[in-house]
Structure formats: structure tokens, C-alpha cells
Design a protein around this ligand. Structure first.
Ligand code: NDP
Length: 360
């Protein structure tokens, strides 16, 4: 007999713990944790997610500032904004609601967030640390998946896990966390043949599905006599206008030992784990500032970010020295200098000054 894993209940438990911790931290430090959520444009789904995050913050006593920016904002203006918030000590966590408009490179923007304030766990620094097993901020959905599995109380050591979907935000991090739980992990994806999909699913003790496609698995994937725990991450708007997971509810109920419903499974725990990450960021923000730590975290080592910024500056210069945000192009160079190590080349290029000539 299959049991439903009640994501709402698991999430409520986590939020209650967070609320208790917030009240203690507030009493100790004189202010509550603060999260800034940046939304660009008016994507209706994003607006719903932002509303839900604000609501969860309210419930936990976390201050939440919602910065809503026009969809026409340039990448440079956006990263300048993030840079300012990075430096604002009263802000503990920063979250950029994805997706961003097409003209903006999401990876560049996400990597602009100070990894200590990266409550989504999406920056290269946090993703790299996750891979290498260092202490880091875990991405919310994968961390929530683990909480849901733990809530069953089943010992999963040495068991077989199948993760379907290999995205950076769900499949890959989930697979790493399952390996950390000493499970044998198999990753499947859109190029996996149906026969292999059946082969692996029929032998699985745990199946985590995150494909974004309804009916990814059907009856034939479960003719192995096993009753796996099924965690259904998918959120799909069906032809009936309702939300559906990546598997039909009846298939999960028929073949699993435990399963997460959609809605009411992974979604609520994702937001609860975000609240946990804000607490983590608050604690880091209140610890002594340590430049070396920041450096090691990769904040200053993101050449990709640097290149994008250079490209933006080049565009600014070629198009009439337009003022952006706080600065003219020359001031902009000073402005970003704090976080780009190899600015010397850029200074030379745009100012004609030699590296050793101080221009500030
Ligand atoms: P992506 O589109 O980034 O990745 C989907 C992955 O699934 C890809 O690796 C893709 O393979 C694989 N895939 C697609 N179709 C199939 C198929 N038929 N069989 C096997 N593998 C397949 O999606 P995300 O990881 O961002 O999200 C997945 C789902 O989870 C979505 O429905 C999303 O809405 C939901 N989601 C829910 C969250 C929550 O809080 N509940 C949070 C985040 C996401 P390939 O790499 O070969 O293309």
C-alpha cells in the first residue's frame, strides 16, 4: 500500500524550526534576516513564485524586499544592482527569480551574487563546493528532495536510485546528494532509450523524476516487482488547466511504497529550504568579514562574469558614453574595479594609462 509523502507537512515543520531560530537570532542581533528577491519583467509564473516566497518569509519572521525591475533593463544595470546589494550589510540573502528576459545571460547574473548571499545555491562557487563535498549552500529543490526522502524514515544506504533529468538546478545536484547518502545513483535523460529507462526504473528503490514532461513514466516502467519511493519534481500545466507532475498520480499510487503528490509535494519543501538558506546566509553575514574567504568562495575569480562586463562596457563606450545606473563609462570602470582582478588591461584600453599609473 503506497503512502503519500505530505510535502506541505514536511515544509511546515521546517518553517516552524526556521521561525524559532529567527526569533532567537533577532533577539541576539537586533534585526531579523533579510532576503531580497529580484524579479525582472512580469512573467506570471515568476510573480506567483515571488508571492509565495514573500508569504513564507512573513510566516518565518524573515524580512523580504521584492525588487521588481522592468523587462527592458540591461544586463549591466542588473548586475550593477546586484553588486550594490552584495555590499549592503543589512541584506543577508539575494535571489534572482528565473527565467530572465532573453537578452540577459542568466549565468552571468546569477554568478554576480556574492556566494555567501546566494540563497538559491546556484552560483559556481556553491555548485563547485557541492560537487567537491565542501560546506556550501545547497540548492533548495534538491535539498527539499532529500528532506522528503528522509521523512519516510527508510534506510537508503546502498540502495539504487534513479534520477531522471540532468539539469543544473535539479537532476545533477540531486544525484550528488543521493551519492552522499551512499546510494547507487543512475542518471537518465532525454537521450536514454525507452528500454534502458524501463530496465533501470524496474530495479530502482528510489526514483526522482524532474523532466518537465507529463507521463515520463507509465505502468511499463514498474513491472519489476519493486515498490520504489517516487519523488516527482515536475510541475506541468496540463491541458485541463491543472498542475500535474511528471508521472500520473495513479501510477505513483499504484507502484510506489511512498510518493510525493503534485501539487503538495516538492514545491512546498523547496520554499521551506529557501528559508533555511536565508538563515544560513544571515549567520554568515553576521560573522566577521573575511576578504580571503570571499576570494576563496570564487567571488573574485569569475572570468566569465568579467568578460561579460567588459563586453557591456565596450558597448557603452561605443554607444555615446551613456550613463548607466550610477556612472559614466569611466566611473563605471572604477565602480566594478572592486570585483574584477584583471582590470588593468581594461584600464589601459580605455584610459590609455599604464598599469602602474594610478588613475584613482
Ligand atoms: P530542465 O528542462 O532544465 O531539464 C529537464 C531534464 O529532463 C533534462 O535533463 C532532460 O534531458 C530531461 N528530460 C526531458 N524529457 C525527458 C524524458 N522524456 N525522459 C527522460 N528525461 C527527459 O528542467 P528542470 O530540471 O529545471 O525542471 C524539471 C521539472 O521540475 C519541471 O517540470 C520544473 O517545472 C520542475 N521544477 C520544480 C521545482 C519545484 O520546486 N517543485 C523546482 C524546479 C523545477 P536532456 O538533458 O537530455 O535535455
Amino acid at each position: 500500500m503506497s503512502q503519500i509523502i505530505n510535502g506541505k507537512e514536511v515544509a511546515a515543520g521546517i518553517r516552524a524550526e526556521v521561525a524559532e531560530e529567527v526569533s532567537k537570532l533577532r533577539a541576539a542581533n537586533g534585526r531579523p534576516p533579510k532576503l531580497v528577491v529580484i524579479q525582472v519583467g512580469d512573467n506570471p509564473a515568476s510573480s506567483t513564485y515571488v508571492r509565495n516566497k514573500k508569504k513564507a518569509c512573513e510566516e518565518c519572521g524573515i524580512e523580504c524586499e521584492d525588487i521588481h525591475l522592468p523587462k527592458e533593463i540591461s544586463q549591466f544595470e542588473l548586475i550593477s544592482k546586484i553588486d550594490k546589494i552584495n555590499r549592503d550589510d543589512t541584506v543577508d540573502g539575494i535571489l534572482v527569480q528565473l527565467p530572465l528576459p532573453e537578452h540577459i545571460n542568466e549565468r552571468v547574473v546569477v554568478n554576480m551574487i556574492d556566494p555567501r548571499k546566494d540563497v538559491d545555491g546556484f552560483t559556481l562557487a556553491n555548485a563547485g563546493k557541492l560537487l567537491t563535498g565542501e560546506d556550501c549552500t545547497l540548492p533548495c529543490t534538491p535539498a527539499g528532495v532529500i528532506e522528503l526522502l528522509r521523512s519516510t524514515g527508510v534506510n537508503l544506504t546502498s540502495k539504487n536510485a534513479v534520477v531522471i533529468g540532468r539539469s543544473n538546478i535539479v537532476g545533477k545536484p540531486v544525484s550528488i546528494l543521493l551519492q552522499r547518502m551512499n546510494m547507487n545513483v543512475t542518471m537518465l535523460h532525454s537521450k536514454t532509450s525507452q528500454s534502458d529507462m524501463e530496465f533501470y526504473c524496474r530495479r530502482a528503490d528510489v526514483i526522482v523524476v524532474a523532466t518537465g514532461h507529463e507521463n515520463t513514466l507509465t505502468d511499463r516502467h514498474f513491472y519489476g516487482g519493486k515498490s520504489p519511493i517516487i519523488i516527482d519534481v515536475g510541475i506541468n500545466r496540463g491541458a485541463d488547466g491543472k498542475l500535474h507532475g511528471d508521472l500520473p498520480e495513479e501510477v505513483k499510487a499504484k507502484y510506489s511504497s511512498y510518493y510525493t503528490p503534485v501539487p503538495g509535494g516538492v514545491g512546498p519543501t523547496t520554499i521551506a529550504m529557501l528559508m533555511k538558506n536565508v538563515i544560513r546566509a544571515y549567520k554568515q553575514n553576521n560573522s566577521t568579514y573575511n576578504a580571503e574567504l570571499l576570494y576563496n568562495a570564487g567571488y573574485r575569480k569569475q572570468s566569465e562574469v568579467a568578460k561579460e562586463i567588459f563586453d557591456e562596457i565596450e558597448k557603452l563606450v561605443s554607444t555615446n558614453k551613456k550613463t548607466v545606473g550610477c556612472a559614466t563609462y569611466e566611473e563605471t570602470i572604477f565602480y566594478i574595479e572592486d570585483f574584477i582582478e584583471d582590470l588593468a588591461e581594461l584600464k589601459k584600453k580605455y584610459t590609455g594609462k599604464k598599469e602602474d599609473e594610478q588613475i584613482y
